[in-house]
Ligand binder design. Structure first.
Ligand code: TXA
Ligand code: MG
Length: 315
């Protein structure tokens, strides 16, 4: 069901209204200095699943958490000395840091796609700052474009790609930076450039007093893409498209297949995506072989099946 997407201007009442929408678990396009982000409450797994649904993302890439300041960021990630120096130098700004996820972070596991690291940044755009302060929490926000399309740097771009798929767009004019944030992480203690972006690499290297390394993996993917699959592979075997449980199997249900637990008894794919990682954790904790009901391969079902195939892949 398409919803009415409201175009808001960045005056105080509209920002307050947008913050209220976020608190209700709805999606709001947020202007940042880099590109417009599709923001949702990072603690609300249903809302985060809604981001993937709106973008039509084929798989659960981890998202960037946006915090109003370093103090709030430190409630989500663990900042060692180098990370703190970078944050103090470049935040607010177009730098994303991939740091260890705090165990008590309390954000939805869909935000990090189950990784034990989290990408965080503090945006500099005054309207993003206003929105984050009014909301009083952290939001996850990928670029506000349909998957595979060009990133949006105006409200009109967002409207063209996502009209009817989000509650509101805060229109603050063109994004000043216009390219996404630089993403920096650490591999074996070495700082590595995961994605070139709005903050030049040279400035980061100068701040750290050492050159940035090249990551082991594809720069546009999480630190070790292969790890994503094995990280989420449960200890037990996983059998897909199961209509009924075999002997001793723990069955994760969906729709008409009830199972031991269900991703969504009503067959709702957004709800199922929100429950997926938690369901795999619980099935794994049972110590039994895992079976999963058939999931329709459209909409968020494609992303769910992508993750399930990785979990079931021979290893
Ligand atoms: O400028 C930006 O960063 C924009 C604005 C909206 O803030 N956001 C953005 O988000 O570009 P997105 O979702 O399009 O890009 C997120 C990137 C992906 O390449 C993802 O792989 C990487 O961040 N990422 C997120 N978490 C990660 C993690 N734990 N480890 C490694 N890479 C991670
Ligand atoms: Mg993007």
């Amino acid at each position: 069901m398409p919803e009415q997407t409201r175009l808001l201007t960045p005056e105080a009442e509209h920002v307050t209204y947008a913050a209220m929408l976020l608190a209700q678990g709805r999606l709001v396009a947020m202007p940042t200095e880099t590109v417009y982000g599709l923001a949702a409450d990072a603690r609300n797994s249903q809302a985060i699943a809604g981001i993937y649904a709106a973008k039509g993302r084929p798989s659960f890439n981890p998202l960037i958490v946006h915090a109003p300041d370093l103090a709030m960021a430190e409630t989500i990630g663990v900042f060692h000395a180098d990370a703190r120096r970078l944050a103090e130098t470049f935040w607010p700004g177009a730098l994303t840091l991939v740091v260890p996820l705090r165990q008590d972070a309390g954000i939805a596991s869909l935000v990090t796609a189950g990784l034990d690291t989290v990408a965080i940044r503090v945006p500099a755009h005054p309207v993003a700052q206003d929105l984050l302060h009014a909301f009083g929490g952290v939001v996850a926000a990928p670029s506000a474009n349909p998957s595979g399309r060009i990133s949006p740097t105006t409200a009109a771009h967002v409207m063209a790609g996502l009209d009817g798929k989000l509650a509101a767009i805060l229109d603050a004019g063109p994004s000043p930076v216009g390219v996404e944030s630089t993403i920096l992480g650490w591999q074996d203690g070495t700082p590595v450039l995961l994605r070139p972006g709005g903050i030049p690499t040279e400035a980061l290297a100068a701040c750290l007093g050492q050159p940035l390394g090249v990551p082991f993996a594809d720069p546009n993917r999480p630190a070790a893409p292969g790890m994503l699959a094995s990280h989420y592979a449960p200890g037990a075997s996983v059998r897909l498209n199961a209509e009924t449980a075999g002997p001793d199997e723990f069955l994760i249900g969906f729709g008409p297949v009830a199972g031991d637990i269900s991703l969504s008894p009503g067959g709702d794919l957004v709800e199922a995506a929100a429950h997926l990682f938690e369901a795999l954790h619980r099935a794994d904790a049972s110590g039994r072989p895992i079976a999963v009901a058939p999931i329709p391969d459209h909409g968020l079902g494609m992303a769910i099946n992508d993750r399930l195939r990785r979990a079931a892949a021979p290893r």
